[in-house]
Design a protein around this ligand. Structure first.
Ligand code: PMV
Length: 319
């Protein structure tokens, strides 16, 4: 039997603008993860069991664009595996779906790693990332690649989307590992509202298409915030970092990707003493994040629950 695990993630700064080439910052969230186990099966075929998404099926019964089926087909094609072995694949995940914590990318990364090592073709992180990016396109349409990248490397990253170049499907993006100078404490609050990233990304695209100059200026502002935030993280200027979070949230509100539920949690976190707060990920629902001094984490978490958060996670980003 072979198993693999991949963490969830949050975007600290720069979501949406990252799709248009601006930098963004994302960190893994180790408290939630996707886990994949693979074993030989006495039954013919490749049997997939993923109770979280009520999936119990043989590979060939899944539609061809199904992300899990696509991981298996793509990997077997590239590794030249034919005929397919008989397998039992078990997938479980504690990452809530459609909530900006990277559940789809985490399943892809864990499945790619488990399958390739079960078949004795271990892949480099770069190859895993590339495969996972292809699958992200099925989930999101036009992803920047930040989710698969932060989840593959399981480290805080400063990410700039790669431009497609001749002869390569994806240039890989520019990935730099972020180094906080001391631990950063983040409280994550879940609105409980499921919102597909594909829709908010497509709505931002419509805004941009209607007035490119206006929205590119907004994306540039978000990019400046992300660059500035990186400096503040590396020099542990938490108060200024909190202020940058608030500014980034206001620009995401302008992009129409926040929601009343997200705004309510963001306000509650700030009132409870957070240094700053913003929505995180695709928006319209899903999760928000608050930067806190460690001793304020519990109070902010309670305030978020009182304001309607369905769940909270306190996570620390270590240097
Ligand atoms: O998967 P989510 O909901 O965390 O959102 C990803 C971040 C976006 O910038 C909105 C989209 C992308 O591909 O970068």
């Amino acid at each position: 039997m072979t198993s693999s695990s991949a963490p969830g993630k949050i975007i600290l700064f720069g979501e949406h603008a990252v799709v248009y080439g601006q930098p963004a910052l994302a960190v893994p969230v180790m408290q939630v993860h996707a886990d994949v186990e693979i074993a030989d099966s006495p039954r013919a075929g490749i049997w997939i069991s993923a109770p979280n998404i009520h999936l119990h099926a043989e590979l060939n019964s899944l539609p061809s664009g199904h992300p899990i089926a696509s991981v298996i087909h793509n990997l077997f094609f590239v590794l030249n595996i034919d005929p397919f072995p008989n397998l039992q694949i078990s997938i479980s995940s504690s990452i809530p779906v459609a909530s900006g914590l990277g559940s789809g990318a985490a399943v892809s990364v864990a499945l790619i790693r488990a399958l390739s090592s079960f078949l004795s073709y271990p892949l480099s992180d770069e190859q895993v990332n590339q495969f996972a990016y292809e699958i992200e396109k099925l989930h999101h349409g036009t992803p920047s690649g930040i989710d698969n990248t932060v989840i593959t490397y399981a480290k805080p990253v400063y990410f700039v989307k790669g431009l497609p170049s001749p002869g390569r499907r994806w240039a890989g993006g520019e990935v730099q590992i972020l180094k906080a100078s001391k631990p950063l404490t983040i409280v994550i609050g879940d609105t409980g509202v499921h919102a597909p990233t594909k829709e908010s990304v497509s709505d931002v695209r419509k805004l941009w298409e209607a007035d490119k100059a206006k929205w590119e200026k907004v994306f540039d502002e978000v990019g400046e915030i992300a660059k500035n935030a990186r400096e503040k993280i590396e020099s542990d200027e938490w108060e200024k970092l909190g202020e940058l979070m608030n500014q980034n949230h206001a620009l995401l509100q302008n992009m129409t990707v926040s929601s009343p539920e997200l705004d309510k949690l963001v306000t509650a976190a700030r009132q409870a003493g957070a240094l700053g707060a913003k929505m995180s990920g695709g928006g319209r629902g899903g999760n928000m994040i608050a930067l806190v001094e460690p001793e304020m984490a519990e109070a902010v978490s309670s305030a978020l629950k009182e304001a309607g958060a369905k769940n909270t996670i306190i996570t620390t980003i270590s240097p």
